[in-house]
Design a protein around this ligand. Structure first.
Ligand SMILES: [Zn+2]
Length: 273
């Protein structure tokens, strides 16, 4: 109904441009909810007025002041308060005097650093967390994409690759199955390897995976195990980084499945967490 109403007003103003706005709106002012009034300001009134050029030195100074900025997004808004992040991340990072934070809303905070060095120090620390849930941290630039801001560069330890198949190319190939490989930490010349490490640009929309069968020989499964470094809370039911098991929607799916299931499951190999 509301959209019909706005649509009606829009077409009304289009067809009757000489309609007296002041008297029309004052009359209905008392009846209009704040919501409707705010939404009406989305109408494009003013868009055809002469553009306003802003002083270039003013623009230059603003860009300069904001150029070393990190944009931080929360994964679990219920557990990660934005104001608390502004107050506490500076202490956690150790940059109380060299940085200030601004709440952007929508689960995001911008941290503006005085120097590139301190900004880069935060980026080099690797994945950050707040209140035991992950954060995504990215250097801010004007057209940073939504998908780009969902990435956490996790270093993942891969265990279980048979020695005869261990090579940098193999580690890359296995990493490609986990996600976009941003780096590999494996030296072919070392003579003792408990695990190899790959850095994967992991999207917070992707559920975590801790083991998977790979076939180095056709038809023969080898379990490889993955350990995410600096990982904090996640859902142990579905692997989501955004909620805990109590809030998992998979519970409903499981309950529905159990009704048709006779309980005949395959054996599940125990994970050594
Ligand atoms: Zn879940």
């Amino acid at each position: 109904n509301f959209y019909l109403y706005v649509g009606f007003l829009t077409s009304f103003f289009t067809f009757y441009p000489s309609f007296n706005l002041c008297s029309g709106i004052t009359q209905s002012n008392n009846n209009m909810s704040d919501y409707v009034r705010k939404s009406l300001q989305n109408l494009d009134l003013g868009i055809n007025d002469e553009p306003v050029p802003l002083p270039s030195d003013l623009c230059g100074r603003a860009v300069n002041a904001n150029r070393f900025s990190l944009i931080v997004s929360v994964v679990n808004p219920k557990k990660q308060n934005l104001r608390a992040i502004v107050n506490q991340m500076l202490k956690i990072w150790g940059f109380v005097d060299d940085c200030r934070g601004r709440v952007l809303g929508d689960g995001r905070v911008l941290f503006i650093f005085k120097s590139e060095e301190s900004m880069n120090l935060v980026l080099r620390r690797g994945p950050s967390a707040f209140n035991e849930w992950m954060l995504t941290v990215h250097k801010w630039y004007p057209n940073i994409s939504e998908d780009g801001m969902k990435i956490i560069p996790f270093w993942i330890q891969i265990k279980g690759i048979p020695i005869m198949y261990l090579s940098t190319a193999m580690v890359n190939c296995i990493g490609d199955n986990l996600g976009h490989v941003a780096g590999v930490d494996f030296d072919e010349n070392v003579n003792w390897v408990e695990f190899v490490r790959v850095c994967i640009n992991w999207s917070i929309d992707s559920p975590l995976r801790f083991q998977r069968n790979f076939q180095f020989v056709a038809g023969e499964n080898t379990i490889l195990k993955f350990r995410f470094e600096r990982l904090r809370n996640f859902c142990s039911r579905c692997g989501s980084l955004k909620h805990d098991a109590k809030e998992c929607e998979m519970e409903f799916m499981d309950a529905a499945a159990e009704e048709d299931d006779n309980g005949d499951h395959e054996d599940n190999p125990n994970a050594d967490n």
